[in-house]
Design a protein around this ligand. Structure first.
Ligand SMILES: NC(=O)c1ccc[n+]([C@@H]2O[C@H](COP(=O)([O-])OP(=O)(O)OC[C@H]3O[C@@H](n4cnc5c(N)ncnc54)[C@H](O)[C@@H]3O)[C@@H](O)[C@H]2O)c1
Length: 347
């Protein structure tokens, strides 16, 4: 896909942008609340296959509701952009139809559940003129990430420790489909993928991975009421093409949501708290703390997407569909390594 700005007919540099949502479950609240606060955005369409989900959001944010995205595109109000917040297995048709209709799409991560399908979608999008999709790998867009890059510019990072924890299993925090590994990919595809993607963004491609997983809280079970087939605690090792090595540990048995990465450089140590959006830089002589302007990380990715919709300049798209598919391939290699040992990352 071209990296040149594509100034398509759909750009709208002034006035209010009319936006639609496909998938109005949990994460849609976050994006809808951010957009609702902006005077330059009007939420005009909400679509979900579960009518109550769409009705619930309509009661708060207004707009027309639809139960099929094709109806929304054909019969609904004219749109300038669409937010896709469906599960990863329900994206292909929606992405293709929205982009064919000339609409830029902000789509939640991960790109897909299956790498082969993600590749197919990336190929299809490449063939659609002016198809623009930004995937919600939220850490890439944060001001904190730019700041970290500046802080590390004169240093050489050789290794890292990444750790992500929440009480998804012990506190039953998520909709049922997240606990079925085939549907969600569990902690690695739903959450760790954010860290893998962010590390790729900072350091380039990962070549090899290996890992272990255990279920100390609840055994894996298959039942008609819903499968519980996810891994609860995971420890991964990653080797990058440039020689950086590091670990990622993940728990769905923790007290609260925590996500922290420690990067060890030749000159300094960088403790990045992706939850509180702070960076603590430590050297032999000093310790400095940086805090991001807005702690709400989702604001930044929405700002970047809306700026691109307005300008038609997609050259700064933080996360293209194809690039997000590469992060999925890395994540899948991590899953495979839990049962098969060391895996090479292929895309
Ligand atoms: N970036 C983040 O930090 C973050 C946080 C939470 C979730 N997510 C991602 O967002 C996606 C959705 O997660 P969620 O927690 O909101 O899940 P959810 O189950 O609460 O919501 C998904 C919604 O999509 C609807 N849906 C399914 N198929 C549809 C279709 N074909 N057309 C229209 N609607 C359809 C469902 O009915 C449901 O309302 C997942 O991929 C998840 O990984 C990202």
């Amino acid at each position: 896909m071209s990296t040149q700005p594509a100034y398509g007919a759909k750009t709208k540099t002034q006035g209010v942008l009319n936006v639609g949502f496909v998938g109005t479950g949990n994460i849609s609240w976050t994006h809808l609340r951010i957009l609702e606060k902006r005077k330059d955005i009007k939420i005009v369409s909400l679509c979900d296959i579960v009518p109550d989900h769409a009705k619930e959001k309509q009661a708060v944010f207004g707009g027309e509701i639809f139960f099929d995205h094709v109806d929304m595109l054909k019969k609904g109000p004219k749109l300038d952009a669409v937010w896709v917040c469906t599960p990863s297995t329900a994206r292909e048709e929606i992405l293709v139809n929205c982009t064919k209709a000339g609409l830029p799409v902000f789509c939640e991560k991960p790109a897909e559940r299956k790498v082969a399908v993600a590749k197919r979608i990336a190929d299809k999008l490449d063939k659609i003129p002016n198809a623009h999709v930004q995937i919600g790998y939220v850490f890439r867009s944060m001001a904190l990430t730019e700041r970290l890059r500046e802080l590390m510019a004169d240093d050489k990072i050789h290794t890292f420790m990444s750790a992500y924890a929440c009480g998804a299993s012990t506190q039953n925090l998520l909709p049922a489909w997240f606990y079925d590994n085939d549907l969600s990919g569990g902690a690695l595809v739903d959450q760790a993928t954010h860290n893998f993607d962010w590390l790729r963004y900072l350091f380039g491609e990962v070549v090899e991975v290996s890992g272990f997983a255990t279920n100390p809280f609840r055994k894996k079970t298959m039942s008609k009421k819903g499968n519980y087939t996810i891994d609860e605690t995971i420890a991964m090792s990653l080797k990058f093409a440039n020689g950086i090595t590091g670990t990622h540990t993940h728990s769905w048995l923790a007290d609260t949501w925590r996500n922290e990465v420690v990067l060890f450089g030749e000159k300094r140590k960088y403790h990045v708290n992706l939850g509180t959006c702070t960076i603590k830089v430590e050297s032999a002589r000093e310790e400095t703390l940086f805090t991001q302007r807005s702690g709400t990380m989702y604001v930044y990715e929405n700002e970047k997407f809306i700026d691109a919709v307005r300008s038609g300049d997609w050259s700064k798209n933080p996360s293209t569909y194809r690039d997000a598919a590469k992060s999925l391939a890395l994540t899948q290699a991590c899953i495979d390594s839990l049962n098969k040992g060391i895996q090479k990352v292929k895309f």
